[in-house]
Design a protein around this ligand. Structure first.
Ligand code: 4AD
Ligand code: MG
Length: 478
């Protein structure tokens, strides 16, 4: 293969009068003369100037939107506006044709809904190129944040026998012949005959295994796919999503909040520095979208301002109880109070309440702590009031819950008692309870939903647009 220059590197260099080879896909071909070529390294296309009078007509015909080309030519100062250089083509090779009659991505504005149906090709649009480069940067930044702080990246299993959240939203894993499932004498499914000799499922969270790691390595984090068979027909839920789950020994809920806030700020700043062009593009894209909305529903800040604001301000920290008091006194719509408060303290916050707190009341990210134990998972540390647990959720503008975590219940009797109350089988989690038996210690951790983070940073509106291949009900085509 010849040496190839990536378009990003080429556009960043000021050097002209040199010969280069670039390879990429045609975005547009105007007047038989100007090719806009993109190779995914940047949002910007390089303009190739074709000497059409001296180029074979058959070749010109094959330069169509979507075709893959290799172009060798001389870098020259651009005659056009908005770009510094062009490439004056000397040699054009068609690496892959793209039939203009059939190629679905013609150069015009396509709706996100349409692009979701051609998720195998949408990477080639400016919007999705930007999103997936930002996603890449964020995942790298997450590793860098933890590695700089001495956390160990721990790979927890995708196939497990437990339901970490106890919410019964697991996908089963089996190698049974579904037409012929073995049954016991009682007519129940005989999992002993299944591949693992027991019922298994895809993990909903790596937390429980992560806690085991932290009880030896001190600070660990997981970063992997998790699966939930919950109602994912929303713009904030996926059936398969990636989660970052740090777990820290000798840490309490305040350490947990500090780490989560520092992590979010670190990775947002990292993306702002590294993906300036992409984020500027996405910011403009969002502005255009906002213009379609009525004035009073438009965001007061641009995407870039929103991200910067997030870096410059401390997240608001308050308890669930304090939040309820604020909501009780507020009138979100023309004197009407929040309906749910009829049920009062103890009910889970709905997204409209979270949005109100974050977007209307505090106007910044909020960390809510000390939720009623009834609405939180069994492993959270019980507070002395007997009613609440040391939980923390981080709520983000436009997103709602982005992080969920807690200090863990390290006291064996308290944990067992709670598991009995809720009906979590202790014998199945004997290994988890062992860490409380042998050198248990205060520890805390959280889960950051990676796609919700990407959603926030890119300013997109639907979580299905920030993961390359979204999984949601009735959708697993590619
Ligand atoms: O609040 P969740 O359910 O917490 C846990 O799973 C804990 N075990 C985490 C921990 O303490 N180690 O999920 C954590 C985060 C949520 O705040 C949200 O950002 C994201 O995961 N999340 C989802 N993202 C996309 N689609 C879904 N269906 C999600 N469910 C949760
Ligand atoms: Mg949660």
């Amino acid at each position: 293969m010849s040496t190839r220059t990536k378009i990003k590197a080429l556009l960043e260099s000021d050097e002209t009068n040199v010969d280069v080879t670039v390879k990429g896909w045609v975005r547009t071909f105007r007047n038989n003369q100007f090719i806009a070529l993109n190779d995914g390294s940047t949002n910007n296309n390089v303009q190739i100037v074709v000497d059409f009078e001296n180029t074979d007509a058959a070749l010109l015909k094959r330069i169509t939107t979507g075709a893959a080309l290799s172009v060798t030519g001389t870098v020259v100062p651009s005659l056009g506006k908005g770009q510094k250089i062009d490439i004056k083509a000397k040699e054009i090779e068609i690496l892959g044709d793209s039939d203009p009659e059939k190629y679905p991505l013609q150069p015009k504005k396509h709706s996100l809904e349409f692009l979701r149906e051609i998720a195998h090709l949408r990477f080639r649009t400016t919007t999705f190129g930007a999103i997936f480069r930002v996603r890449n940067t964020l995942s790298f930044a997450i590793h860098q944040f933890f590695q700089e702080r001495g956390f160990v990246y721990l790979h927890t299993p995708v196939i497990t026998a437990s339901d970490a959240e106890g919410a019964g939203e697991t996908f089963h894993v089996t190698n049974f012949d579904l037409e012929n499932i073995p049954k016991t004498e009682n007519g129940e499914i005989d999992y002993k005959q299944d591949f693992f000799g027991r019922a298994t499922n895809l993990t909903v969270s790596g937390q429980l295994e992560g806690e085991l790691g932290a009880m030896a390595l001190s600070d660990i984090y997981t970063f992997g796919p998790t699966f939930r068979a919950e109602n994912s027909n929303t713009t904030r839920h996926l059936a398969e999503f990636w989660m970052i789950e740090p777990e820290m020994a000798f840490a309490d809920i305040t350490d947990n909040m500090d780490t989560a806030e520092a992590l979010l700020k670190y990775v947002i700043k990292y993306a702002l520095d590294k993906n300036k062009d992409d984020l500027e593009f996405l910011s403009t894209r969002l502005l255009d979208e906002e213009k379609q909305k009525p004035q009073n529903e438009r965001s007061e800040m641009t995407l870039l301002e929103k991200l910067q604001f997030c870096l410059d301000n401390d997240f608001e920290r308050l308890t669930y109880t304090e939040a309820i008091d604020i909501l009780k006194d507020s009138t979100p719509n023309k004197k009407k109070k929040f309906q749910f408060l009829v049920e009062g303290w103890g009910t889970d916050l709905q997204s409209e309440h979270e949005r109100y707190l974050v977007e209307k009341h505090f106007k910044k990210p909020v960390i809510l702590t000390d939720y009623p134990k009834e609405i939180k998972s069994f492993y959270m540390r019980q507070n002395d009031d007997g009613k609440t647990v040391a939980a923390m959720d981080i709520l983000f503008p436009g997103i709602g819950e982005i992080v969920g975590g807690s200090q863990r219940e390290e006291r064996l009797e308290k944990l067992e008692q709670r598991m009995d109350e809720i009906g979590i089988p202790k014998d199945e989690l004997w290994w988890y309870l062992d860490t409380r038996r042998f050198g248990g210690c205060p520890h805390a951790g959280f889960g950051l939903g990676f796609e919700r983070l990407v959603l926030f940073v890119t300013g997109m509106g639907n979580i299905r647009d920030v993961i390359p291949f979204p999984r949601f009900p009735k959708n697993a085509e590619f």
